[in-house]
Design a protein around this ligand. Structure first.
Ligand code: ADP
Length: 257
């Protein structure tokens, strides 16, 4: 709490009393801390790949390039780390776009079933790589939304369902209508999330398991972007999970008129 005090003097110079202002700055401090953490996180996430690119390229220039196998493996590392940097920068730009106060989506009547089917096609190879199955139960539902943004939301949730599951598991997607809302559920049989972590999932850069996320090319920004996009559609997102059994991400979206 910040405290300001000032005497109150009357027009005849007489002492009338004192004014004390108590200002609760808990929220300001919290926001300031979030901002500092964000800058620290960005710097760290950028530095890690840059350090690696620098180290491997210096070693190559110092002579390692002469050995063909080393040359190739170092170049591959440099390429992977450059791709990581590119993804990170793209996601940071995207996050800053969706976090702008005036950010709006171009809402049109949109065939949500088609959106989900398209998102599936886009991540099809990832399902194949892990020999995973996908089951869908999709009703015909039209939502009010931006098709590209909805595809982006669905791809994010699907990629997470794949990333945080063991090979050969199944991901189930359901689309239905409840009252005035469309309900989409993405259910996996993956590692699950502890109840204590769930409230933090949508924070920027929050990852339950940093190494697992990094190894799969994750930045920890995906769910923050998803949450902003869902909210820009006047929808909401919820998570339930049983550690060791799997998770369900549910999004609610307004129906088209
Ligand atoms: P990342 O790029 O790390 O996947 P996200 O913002 O998409 O970032 O997710 C944040 C964190 O939430 C992940 O690092 C992971 O720990 C957890 N998470 C997201 N989706 C799932 C899921 N389906 N099952 C288990 N954990 C998940």
């Amino acid at each position: 709490i910040e405290v300001y005090g000032a005497p109150v003097i009357g027009s005849h110079e007489q002492w009338l009393g004192i004014v004390i202002v108590l200002h609760d700055i808990t929220e300001l401090k919290r926001l300031e801390q979030i901002r500092k953490d964000f800058v620290a996180n960005v710097s760290h996430e950028l530095r890690t790949p840059v350090t690696s690119i620098k180290g491997f390229s210096e070693t190559l220039i110092d002579g390692a390039y002469k050995e063909e196998a080393t040359l190739l493996s170092f170049l591959e590392i440099i390429q992977t780390e450059t791709n990581r940097l590119e993804t990170l920068i793209e996601e940071l730009l995207e996050l800053s776009r969706v976090e702008q106060s005036g950010f709006e989506v171009d809402a049109q009547p949109t065939d949500m079933k088609a959106v989900i089917e398209y998102a599936f096609e886009m991540v099809h190879s990832r399902f194949e790589e892990k020999n995973m199955k996908c089951e869908t139960f999709l009703d015909e539902v039209y939502v009010s939304g931006d098709a590209n943004r909805l595809v982006q939301i669905m791809m994010n949730l699907l990629v997470n369902a794949i990333t945080y599951s063991a090979a050969e598991k199944t991901v189930t997607v359901r689309l239905s209508q409840k009252g005035s809302q469309a309900v989409v559920e993405v259910e996996d049989e993956g590692i699950g999330i502890e109840a204590s972590e769930i409230s933090r999932l949508f924070e920027r850069f929050y990852r339950v398991d940093k190494a697992r996320s990094r190894n799969s090319g994750g930045t920890g920004l995906g769910l923050s972007i998803v949450k902003h996009l869902v909210e820009a559609h006047h929808g909401k997102i919820e998570v339930r999970s049983i550690p060791g059994r799997g998770s369900v991400f549910t999004i609610y979206l307004p129906l088209a008129d």
